[in-house]
Write a protein that binds this ligand. Structure first.
Ligand code: URA
Length: 194
């Protein structure tokens, strides 16, 4: 059962967060959003320019591709909750630093706790590495790990993680786009088996 009250409190904490220097350069924090009807959590890397301007996740070109991928397997934003490892945009979309990730991690941990997702889909290497570290999954490069289901049993329950590539990487390289599309078909089969 989703604890929407807890989720709202996390969002408010994110909105006033000053735990790392990114709050100084952000326009808006991007806590995450979605209807979560199918209890799927999607985790990206960090807000980009458009997300920072609108305060909403995946609203630029990568977001359009994500919408398209979701619709290719009969899903839409009402079915999923979308967030990122970092809630604020790194300047010029540079990679997140270790310090930023560790400062921001309690928010994603709390969101996972409040949502209790049936499945977590990670987009890109930062979200996959985050899950490996937090759920005790042996880290393998995304090129080897993508498109498979990983299960982690913790004291607080069992979590299912499905890593795939980041849509922004797929916009740069056709081979990645093909793999991403294939992974979404695998994801569809995984969801049917849950
Ligand atoms: N890329 C991400 O990782 N997240 C967003 O919200 C947008 C682009």
């Amino acid at each position: 059962m989703v604890d929407w009250g807890a989720l709202k409190e996390i969002e408010e904490k994110i909105r006033s967060c000053t735990k790392c220097p990114l709050y100084k350069t952000r326009t808006n924090p991007v806590p995450g959003e979605g209807g979560f009807e199918k209890e799927i959590l999607i985790v990206g890397e960090a807000p980009g320019k458009n997300e920072d301007l609108q305060g909403r996740p995946f609203v630029g070109r990568a977001g359009k591709l994500l919408d398209d991928l979701l619709s290719s397997i009969g899903l839409s934003r009402k079915d999923v909750f979308i967030t990122n490892v970092l809630k604020c945009r790194p300047p010029n979309n540079r990679d997140p630093t270790e310090e930023e990730i560790s400062a921001c991690s309690p928010y994603l941990e709390a969101q996972i706790g409040a949502l209790q997702p049936k499945l977590i889909v990670t987009l890109g290497r930062f979200a996959w590495a985050w899950m490996c570290e937090h759920f005790g999954i042996r880290y393998r490069k995304l090129t080897e790990a993508h498109g498979k289901l990983y299960t982690s049993s913790t004291l607080f329950g069992s979590y299912r993680i499905f890593p795939t590539f980041h849509p922004a990487a797929a916009l740069r390289r056709k081979e990645i786009l093909d793999l991403l599309r294939e992974d979404f078909q695998t994801l569809k089969a995984v969801l049917e088996g849950l």
